[in-house]
Design a protein around this ligand. Structure first.
Ligand code: NAD
Ligand code: UFG
Length: 364
């Protein structure tokens, strides 16, 4: 079992992954500035992992801070090595992720996502910690020409957020000494073990309803919008585009349950720690696409709430279909998503109905 640094571990995907990692026996340090999350998420992770206070202190250290802060990074790596418990690997979730906001604040996105990754990777290099799992995104593929999309598809980001993910992917390839080669598996000659995980559309929540997605401000993504509608936190739902070249005219996406995404991280980490230096690039998706109207119907069935909607124009920057070709990830990791769309809808509803205000719900 390893001692791991998890940046952004209080966030949506990070918190679910921390739970899976703790259950797998790893010890964690979480570094998060809570810019889009709450410390309560980690309190609930401790509760779900059934850790006593004493065990929790030993197994989950929580540090509030910015991933760009070299002083904090230095302290974390130094303390670990001085105590004979060095950080063996990093899972790097910390980042900004809202596509629309990235057009308004491109420099913030480059600062947090790219400079934050650079600060982290420099410190890892300095301490000889050469294993990292990085949160990349299917947004890299832009409007891909074929579907399903393999990892070898061209990288053509169409928004600043995607450009920052592409930049970090390139930085990682340079570090591994693998630049200029697009193969999803490459051997690294200089000892780095790197997984670039390209998530498709992670949704859902832990089935207990204790942790889930809690976006600050107005959500832009389909599932948080549907669930806030169902609890009457918002009143209207607009379907962006009904004239896409898809069976019912609405956009098709590859939704994947966040618990399956979390399991994908432990599988990627195991693959890195148990085989030689490498750079692997993996699509985390199910390979199956659902339209907005199909999701809406599944969500109505799971929640028992009727969602009124309006068909409106396409949203700027959207594409018709984004579906993963996940076969390489399945083969390489021996991992496969287990949960279905109905499970995703059920678990989002369990989470949202028990926590109408997310982690700010005083009654929870
Ligand atoms: P999230 O916003 O819930 O989690 C990100 C976490 O990083 C938050 O806890 C936030 O407080 C923290 N953070 C942000 N800036 C930081 C900084 N400067 N220093 C320290 N901590 C900071 O997002 P998520 O959905 O859990 O996504 C995690 C990662 O996966 C992100 O890198 C995101 O770009 C990527 N990703 C997410 C999706 C998705 O649909 N959720 C899809 C593809 C890729
Ligand atoms: N949609 C609506 N109405 C809404 C919100 C969304 O019709 O109010 C539609 C979109 O047009 C799209 C589908 O629902 O067809 C999914 O939209 P999301 O905003 O939930 O997700 P996206 O596929 O646009 O993007 C998400 C993340 C990105 C990530 C990408 C990876 O937001 O950060 O998945 O594929 F990069």
């Amino acid at each position: 079992m390893a001692r791991l640094l998890i940046t952004g571990g209080a966030g949506f995907i990070g918190s679910h992954t921390c739970l899976v990692l703790l259950n797998a026996g790893h010890d964690l340090i979480v570094l998060d500035n809570y810019s889009n999350s709450s410390p309560k998420a980690l309190e609930r992770v401790i509760e779900l992992a059934s850790l006593s206070l004493e065990k929790a202190t030993l197994r989950l250290e929580v540090v509030q801070g910015d991933v760009r802060d070299e002083g904090i990074l230095e302290r974390l790596f130094l303390e670990g090595s001085q105590a004979g418990r060095p950080i063996e690997a990093v899972i790097h979730f910390a980042g900004l992720k809202a596509v629309a906001e990235s057009f308004l604040k491109p420099t913030s996105y480059w600062s947090v996502n790219v400079c934050g990754s650079q600060a982290l990777l420099s410190k890892m290099e300095a301490y000889g910690c050469k294993t990292i799992v990085f949160s990349s995104s299917a947004t890299l593929y832009g409007a891909a020409k074929s579907s399903p999309i393999p990892e070898t598809a061209p990288i053509r980001p169409v928004n600043p957020y995607g450009a920052t993910k592409a930049a970090v992917e390139m930085m990682l390839a340079d570090l591994a000494g693998c630049s200029g080669n697009d193969a999803p598996f490459q051997t690294s000659q200089n000892g780095w073990r790197i997984a670039r995980l390209r998530y498709f559309n992670p949704v859902g929540a832990h089935p207990s309803g204790r942790i889930g997605e809690d976006p600050s401000g107005h959500p832009n993504n389909l599932f948080p919008i549907l669930s806030q509608l169902a609890i009457k936190r918002r009143s209207s739902f607009k379907v962006f585009g009904s004239d896409w070249p898809t069976p019912d005219g609405t956009g098709v996406r590859d939704y994947i349950h966040v618990m399956d995404v979390a399991e994908g991280h432990t599988a990627a980490l195991d693959a890195l720690l148990t085989s030689g230096p490498q750079l692997i690039t993996l699509n985390l998706g199910s390979g199956k696409g659902y339209s907005v109207l199909e999701v809406l119907k599944a969500f109505e069935k799971a929640s028992g709430v009727t969602v009124n909607y309006e068909l409106v124009d396409r949203r700027q920057g959207d594409v018709a279909i984004t579906v993963a070709d996940p076969q390489f990830a399945y083969r390489r990791l021996g991992w496969k998503p287990k949960l279905k769309l109905s499970d995703m809808c059920r678990d989002v509803w369990t989470w949202q109905s028990a926590n109408p205000l997310g982690f700010h719900n005083e009654a929870a």
